[in-house]
Design a protein around this ligand. Structure first.
Ligand code: HEC
Ligand code: HEC
Length: 300
């Protein structure tokens, strides 16, 4: 009997030891990757100062790229994911106020953070959607920078981000784009994209609008990586999923957050911001989504 008990105690001890070693290994391996610094030159873009450009910049920050979804409506920063096992993510204060980065940032620093996900000191930014924002044209990123520089200062200290064990495991497995700088094409950005009611402009809006970040690269939907188990998966927005949508149905989805039958769409879908898109932009997006290859739900 004592022998058996000792054997059980030993194997339990060995199991705990294995877990500690595996956990430590995961921690060190992921930390090593997270600590990598990036020497990215970035691109100098013209930063205009006229009121038309500032208005365009505001439109990019709210209606198109939805910076305010994470950095809050005053862009003074806030927590947007608080799931300790995965991550506690805080989008920092972008203004010139106390605790904000605005006063210290040069135009080039802005460009590097937005399109490359790299901080002025070379750190890779965590979870900042630059995989989508890398497609912003020079014109739009210039207008956006102009708008951000002119923001009213907000005094609010930002909180450093933390990645938990599940977040680290998903990251190491390749299921979570935790460090977008690892995947951004650092040397290719469009200079200008002609605005028109066309599938081509719709593709641009889908890219810089983060649709792919949640609905997946092929728009086929599924679980949004890194989100808690009880969060709704994103819908299939290829023709298999929304092929039955008429243009007016798509307008209602983007503006009112309801499906064709009137059923509500979960507010995880950012219609607070998509409703700010112009009629022409929504039409262009609709045209584009009709051209993407049909896929089954979650099919990549
Ligand atoms: C999905 C949420 C999300 C959205 C949307 C988002 N950001 Fe961020 N952003 C973050 C997080 C999180 C960080 C902090 C990353 C870190 O600390 O490593 C960050 C960091 C930044 C930084 C670097 C700040 C610093 O500490 O040096 C800038 C600049 C920035 N974001 C600008 C923007 C702009 C402009 C937009 C819209 C075009 C935007 N962000 C949209 C989540 C977001
Ligand atoms: C932050 C994540 C997120 C982003 C960004 C996002 N969506 Fe969604 N979207 C969702 C989720 C989650 C649902 C499903 C909600 C539900 O099941 O009620 C959804 C649902 C939808 C629906 C309803 C489809 C249906 O009938 O089920 C449409 C249409 C849609 N999104 C289009 C878009 C477009 C176009 C964009 C880009 C401009 C976009 N979404 C960006 C998360 C997102």
């Amino acid at each position: 009997m004592r022998k058996i008990l000792r054997a059980v105690a030993w194997s339990a001890g060995a199991l705990v030891l294995m877990l500690v070693v595996a956990g430590g290994g995961l921690y060190f391996a992921s930390q090593h990757r997270l600590d990598r610094t990036w020497s990215v030159a970035g691109h100098t873009v013209p930063v205009p100062t006229d009121s038309l450009a500032l208005e365009r910049g505001r439109h990019v920050a709210f209606a198109l790229s939805k910076c305010a979804d994470c950095h809050r409506t005053d862009l003074g920063g806030g927590q947007f994911i608080d799931e300790a096992p995965v991550a506690r993510l805080y989008a920092p204060n972008l203004t010139r106020g106390k605790g904000g980065i605005g006063a210290a940032y040069t135009d080039l620093d802005w460009e590097r953070a937005i399109r490359h996900a790299v901080r002025p000191n070379g750190d890779g930014l965590l979870f900042m959607p630059s995989l989508e924002f890398q497609f912003l044209s020079d014109d739009d990123v210039g207008a956006l920078i102009a708008y951000l520089k002119a923001l009213p200062p907000v005094d609010r200290e930002s909180v450093p981000n933390r990645v938990g064990p599940i977040g680290r495991a998903l990251y190491m497995k390749g299921d979570l784009v935790l460090v977008p700088a690892e995947r951004v094409a650092h040397d290719q950005h469009p200079t200008a994209v002609p605005m028109s009611v066309s599938a081509e402009y719709g593709k641009y809006l889908a890219e810089v609008g983060g649709c792919t970040g949640c609905h997946g690269e092929g728009f086929s939907g599924g679980k949004i990586p890194g989100t808690p188990p009880d969060w709704k998966p994103a819908s299939n927005i290829t023709p298999t999923g929304i092929g039955h949508y008429k243009e007016e149905d798509f307008f209602r989805a983007m503006r009112e957050g309801v499906r064709p039958g009137g059923a509500p769409i979960d507010s995880l879908m950012p219609f607070r911001f998509t409703k700010l898109m112009t009629d022409d932009e929504i039409r262009a997006l609709y045209l584009y989504l009709r051209t993407v290859p049909a896929k089954p739900f979650g099919g990549r």
